[in-house]
Design a binder for this molecule. Sequence first.
Ligand code: SF4
Ligand code: SF4
Length: 420
Amino acid sequence: MPLRSIEGINAKITAGEITVCTASEFCNMVRAHEEVAEVDVVTSGTKGIMSGTYATLSFRATAPNVFETAQMAWLNDVPAFVGPCPNERLGLLDLMVYGTAVSRSDTKYGGGHLFRDIVKGNDIDFEVLTTMGQLIKGQTNLQDMQFARLSATRNVFKNYNAFVNPNDGCVKSIFSVTCLEGPYKEATFSGCGELNPLEKDPQLETIGVGTKALLNGAIGFVTGTGTRSSAQKPNLSGYAPLKGMNPRYVGGFNTSAGPDVFCSWAIPIPILNTSILESVSRTDDRIPLPIVDVNGRTPLGYARYSDVWQREYGRIRFSNNECVSCEECQVAENCPTAAFTPNKGIDHKECVRCGACVSSCPHGALKGDLGAIDLNGLQIPVTLRQSDRSNADKLTRELKKRIEQGEFLLSTPVQRIKLQ
Ligand code: SF4
Ligand code: SF4
């Protein structure tokens, strides 16, 4: 293969001579034994639950000198931390909101739902409790925010796990939307398999501190590894402004342990040498999916991402003819993004293709093939996907288009990330 550099790739982007493939297109070429040596850049991506996400927001709450300090604030009833910069005397609020924070009035609305509402440009109700006991209320929105940034402390995991419950009973956790039925009745999993950025560049030869990427559709940067990152199971930290994000890629996801947050990343992988070429060529059938016990995360075995993704992973379908209009619709109750109502069916703008509805409907009105994992000869059906590969793929296509149109040049990392 030709030797490449980031500078050379950027010169080809500027000249309109770049060859870019999405990770999905590239892997399809590998499966078809087509020539891939001419590809300069592969756009990798992932979308799924990424609990380590928070927002830093700053906006005007009052005129100056109305109050001195705030002790607590809420946005759409979701608790926010005030500070660290004490600007309240100026009438300005600096706030930090966790993606996993839960509304005090609605246990199915959390930080992730709030981020999506902010990105949509919706008006957001705020309340501030001052240290003098005053309660100040008002409204703000993204346009009025002088600063709005989403930060990742633990995102872009190098794929993840499948979870099963080997015991009798049903276990509630963030890895299910109702509970995980045992023994071995069902499995849930996360990870976008062959699309995943850290699967395409496992030694972090090209992804480093300062790598430019798309976070939820906005241009952002990688800042390093994230919390609990290890050489075996790395993840990344980074940030991007909320302005410029697309609500399709960020939002809340209700689990049986409360609301969580999902995010999406697309990261360009320049094919600089044969080692990177080999990594980006890894297809789902070569990527292990560890199976662990949800009770204590004890490893039980391995499946492959091809068991769960090499099938139709597009939309889950609703068959209106088979819906019997139950008094209480279990699908509407269990849908983690409130994308389903029996009279309207699936709102595809809100749906994350998790498939929880397929097993939730006792009358088979929801259709979709989620696959099964093989654990020592036992076929365990998948009932929940906590990653949305269809929209991860879409974000990789967006990044490809931006590169091809000369709107996105690759950055040279300012420092290599050491995995340890
Ligand atoms: S549970 Fe199924 S059949 Fe019943 S109302 Fe919901 S979608 Fe229709
Ligand atoms: S796949 Fe079903 S349960 Fe999941 S978000 Fe879409 S409608 Fe809701």
